[in-house]
Design a protein around this ligand. Structure first.
Ligand code: ZN
Length: 435
């Protein structure tokens, strides 16, 4: 599951040939997306505050979200806009002391909003190559400073105490990356259609359709939970990996409930069922099957080796320096924090579109995440009172959480249950058995 981007050094997207006024986007109809973001994504409750983090290009969507939020009784809607170009200038030009200097008042403000029960919507639309010519160690410096400062806020998110969600807009630079052969306007139109289809923002009743979709995903999670799996074995070209699961792991899907009991859907789209691995029981090798857009660069051809949970060697065909910065973030970034299953016949996968955006690409493919695990993927999450307790239950702790794709047409996955029974989970990239 994708986390919202941190506030500094992450690509939010305006690199339009026409400037940053959101001209091309202002003619798109964002009403259905706004409805789904408000009523399914963060599920705004009467009297609640809504905070929106978005690229400046996304202003037309953000205004529609505000309309939809007030219509269901929101108390207030506030936006925090980011500008790609400014972030890039900062990453290129600021002294190192400046890159490490994240405003603490801002981090504390977000944590306070979370503690007071606000809902948080992130809008993403990164140019996947925005930071291609920025040294990865400078990007990593700024991202790590932001992650450290925002730790208290992130804990509200990762522990599912607040309702949060991520949706997307088709910014010009992103659209041109996905559809390089088209004019800017046509690429934006095409990407918007692909986003709407993938995000199930279609038909007369997208909110009703989403409720059915989430219930269907939950049935799959219920089935996996009934199996009491001890470990999973992945086999595909370049992959032979065993992943142990903690005894109290919980398979989650689409919707979660926050501390107030409000159901929300953290990622729009979502097609996954996921849990956490036992951080010390991952062994073997795994190969990535799709490019990974991370920290403004595209990493391709990732190969990782694991022993007792730890990454013992890594390689990549492209942007190896970027992968190195990710894995060397801290000790916990040498371990996995998420195991997620998505069949190759998911609608996003079937579309054949490579989005260069994890929110979409991870929902077209089985994936794993390097870094921190979500505490709510434990049945006894209520007992997790500290990082030490979480690690004792098999959970991983890190500043980072980055999903990478490992699904393919030739992927088989078998489970061994705690009772020692072997059960086929995936065959040829899809579920081995229907529900
Ligand atoms: Zn994830």
């Amino acid at each position: 599951m994708a986390l919202p981007p941190v506030e500094a050094g992450t690509a939010h997207g305006c690199q339009s040939e026409k400037g940053c006024e959101g001209l091309s986007l202002s003619k798109l109809d964002f009403r259905a997306m706004a409805q789904v973001a408000v009523s399914v994504g963060v599920n705004v409750q009467p009297g609640q505050r809504l905070m929106i983090m978005a690229p400046i290009d996304a202003a037309p969507l953000v205004r529609q979200v505000a309309e939809a939020a007030y219509a269901v009784g929101a108390k207030s809607v506030r936006s925090w806009f980011a500008d790609d170009i400014l972030d890039k200038v900062t990453l290129q030009r600021a002294p190192e002391a400046g890159l490490k200097d994240f405003p603490h008042w801002l981090a504390e403000g977000f944590a306070q909003e979370a503690a007071e029960g606000a809902a948080f919507l992130s809008v993403v639309g990164s140019d996947p190559d925005l930071l291609a010519d920025v040294p990865p160690e400078r990007t990593a410096m700024a991202m790590n400073a932001a992650q450290e400062a925002m730790a208290a806020f992130r804990e509200h998110i990762m522990a599912s105490r607040v309702a949060w969600s991520i949706v997307s807009v088709p910014t010009a630079a992103w659209a041109k990356k996905v559809f390089p052969g088209l004019s800017e306007d046509r690429a934006i139109d095409q990407l918007w259609q692909a986003i709407c289809k993938a995000s199930r923002i279609e038909g007369a009743d997208p909110v009703g359709n989403w409720k059915m979709h989430v219930a269907h995903l939950q049935q799959r999670a219920d089935w996996l939970n009934s199996l009491e799996i001890d470990r999973l074995h992945y086999r595909a070209k370049g992959t032979d990996l065993t992943i142990g699961l903690p005894p109290t792991h919980l398979w989650a899907a689409g919707g979660q409930a926050n501390a107030a009991g409000t159901q929300y859907v953290a990622n729009i789209p979502t097609e996954e069922v996921f849990t956490l691995p036992d951080r010390l029981r991952v062994d073997g090798t795994v190969r990535s099957t799709k490019p990974l857009s991370h920290a403004g660069q595209v990493i391709e051809g990732i190969r990782l080796e694991f022993k007792d949970g730890r990454i013992t060697s890594y390689a990549a065909d492209r942007a190896l320096d970027n992968l190195k910065e990710l894995i060397e973030t801290d000790d916990g970034s040498h371990y996995l924090g998420e195991v997620s299953l998505v069949p190759v016949d998911s609608p996003i996968s079937q579309s054949g579109t490579l989005f260069y955006n994890t929110l979409f690409d991870e929902n077209a493919s089985c994936h794993l995440a390097i870094g921190r695990a979500y505490p709510f993927t434990l049945r006894d999450a209520q007992d997790v009172t500290s990082d030490e307790v979480f690690m004792g239950k098999g959970g991983n702790v890190s500043l980072t959480h980055v999903d990478f794709m490992v699904g393919a047409q030739d992927l088989d996955i078998d489970a061994t249950t705690r009772g020692g029974k072997s059960i086929p989970i995936f065959r040829a990239g899809g579920w081995a058995q229907p529900l």
